[in-house]
Design a protein around this ligand. Structure first.
Ligand code: URP
Ligand code: ZN
Ligand code: ZN
Ligand code: ZN
Length: 465
């Protein structure tokens, strides 16, 4: 059989283990893993690693962010950056605008994405209201239609749900078999600390970090887990930033609870001191939870190495820095409370983890693939079509050069933001080609071809990771 495309010479990180073999691709799917395969197109990948295309299951694109504030990425630039960073699927969140129903929000996001994506896309929901129509009709209907995961917030005015509301939402997840993702920070405690900081004139970007200290996250993590235990549902704690919150997850699992956990590049590479950079530069690093001290990095690494963290995502939430619709929002220089929360990272997630994890000897290639692709596909109902190099799966493959060493530079990136928090950060390893359903969407660092990304139908979460 002659394939449409054959990739030769690569070390293949396949579902069955890492091996030297050819990958035969026909009609966008992996048809054969073997030797001496023939193909109409041959890609010589000698010296490269073939990884399952990255799946970033935590990104924010074109999300309403308050009056006058605009996210730096739409679906064109966000998925372009994702593809250039070695990703073939992203899962952004669907946040209803004020007055919009969840169903209307989903329809609006689908429309924004359609025809504009360089990667495949599937959506999580954000549940910010618990009225009878949302919980009784819209949410169940959307879960049944394949939107099988949603995020709830314990912080942010206008988004945060009370414990009772979270329980009510979890009850719907239980009934419909959906995954609840929780942003765990205690809003009342943050309000208290923020008011006090402002009274004392501590208003610079750094105080975003001091008003969201570790106990704020540890307490909310513990509470979210307890609520899930009471409701009888599995849950995923997203963007875990520190050792104490990680310990809560370890303890919950030891009690037999089904708790999944995600961490992000910022929690192994950035610190709260970055928020204290000269002038207003610290605003570039304002995200929630905030980066901690470097003392927390080994605790997060231990969680990654020991399997506490199932997911390594970017939490890409990009704003421009030199922009009054971004980090320099009205009032941002007089109080950190007005700085939009979030940092860009969809293009740099994989190089940072590869360099700090695989090259540094902390992570095997198999574990790298699991926490950057396979587990995301399993947990969010995309497996086995996505997330692994195996026969029958979509031919979503990232060809990786493990030898190249270079500093991350804004100049080389493709997102809509005007900065990267990792400017000058040196990494070894970079994706050289991203293949989506058999077609190259990035080659040698640049996007190629038309936006061929599709919306993906999803199944139920697979909680047997
Ligand atoms: O600061 C962050 N992470 N903004 C994005 C929204 C969220 O909470 O994930
Ligand atoms: Zn969050
Ligand atoms: Zn987020
Ligand atoms: Zn380019």
């Amino acid at each position: 059989m002659t394939h449409d495309t054959v990739i030769t010479g690569a070390r293949v990180v396949a579902a069955s283990g890492t091996t030297m073999c050819d990958i035969g691709i026909t009609q966008g799917q992996i048809a054969t893993l073997g030797s001496a395969l023939t193909g109409t197109e041959v890609i010589d990948a000698t010296g490269l690693i073939a990884l399952p295309g990255g799946i970033d299951s935590h990104v924010h694109i074109s999300q309403p962010s308050g009056p006058g504030i605009e996210m730096a990425d739409d679906f064109i630039s966000g998925t372009r950056a994702a593809a250039c960073g070695g990703n073939t699927t992203i899962l952004p969140f669907c946040l209803p605008e004020d007055g919009q129903t969840l169903r209307e929000a989903v329809a609006a996001y689908r429309k924004k994405a359609e025809g504009n994506c360089m990667t495949d896309v599937a959506f999580h929901l954000i549940v910010k209201q618990t009225d009878p129509v949302t919980l009784g009709q819209d949410l169940p209907a959307l879960i049944r239609a394949g939107y099988t995961s949603f995020k709830v917030f314990m912080t942010y005015a206008g988004l945060a749900l009370s414990d009772r509301q979270i329980l009510d939402v979890m009850a719907v997840a239980k009934e419909q078999n959906a995954m609840v993702m929780v942003h765990a920070e205690n809003e009342d405690a943050i309000e208290f600390l923020r008011d006090r900081a402002e009274r004392e004139g501590e208003t610079g970007p750094y105080h975003h970090a001091t008003t969201r200290p570790i106990p704020v996250e540890r307490e909310a993590t513990h509470r979210a887990i307890s609520l899930a235990e009471i409701a009888g549902v599995p849950l995923t704690i997203v963007h875990v930033s520190n050792g104490e919150a990680t310990e809560e997850i370890v303890r919950a699992r030891a009690r037999g609870l089904t708790v999944f956990a995600e961490t992000c590049p910022q929690y192994i590479t950035l610190t709260a001191s970055d928020l204290d950079r000269d002038g207003f530069d610290g605003a570039k690093y304002v995200c929630s939870p905030p980066p901690r001290t470097a003392d927390e990095w080994p605790k997060i690494w231990a969680g990654i190495e020991q399997g506490t963290f199932d997911l390594f995502s970017s939490d890409h939430c990009p704003f421009r820095f030199n922009d009054t619709a971004g980090k320099d929002a009205p009032g941002a220089r007089t109080s950190f409370r007005n700085i939009p929360n979030g940092i860009p990272g969809v293009e740099t997630r994989l190089p940072i983890l590869f360099s700090e994890g695989v090259v540094a000897g902390r992570l095997s290639l198999e574990r790298f693939a699991a926490i950057t692709a396979t587990n995301h596909a399993r947990l969010y109902g995309l497996y086995p079509r996505k997330g692994a190099i195996m026969v029958g799966a979509d031919a979503d493959i990232t060809l990786w050069d493990p030898t190249v060493t270079k500093p991350i530079r804004q100049h080389d990136l493709h997102h809509g933001s005007d900065y990267t928090p990792w400017e000058g950060f040196e990494v070894t390893g970079w994706p050289v080609r991203t293949i989506l359903r058999g077609k190259s969407v990035m080659q040698d660092g640049h996007p190629v071809g038309p936006p061929m990304g599709e919306h993906l139908e999803r199944g139920a979460p697979d909680v047997q990771l």
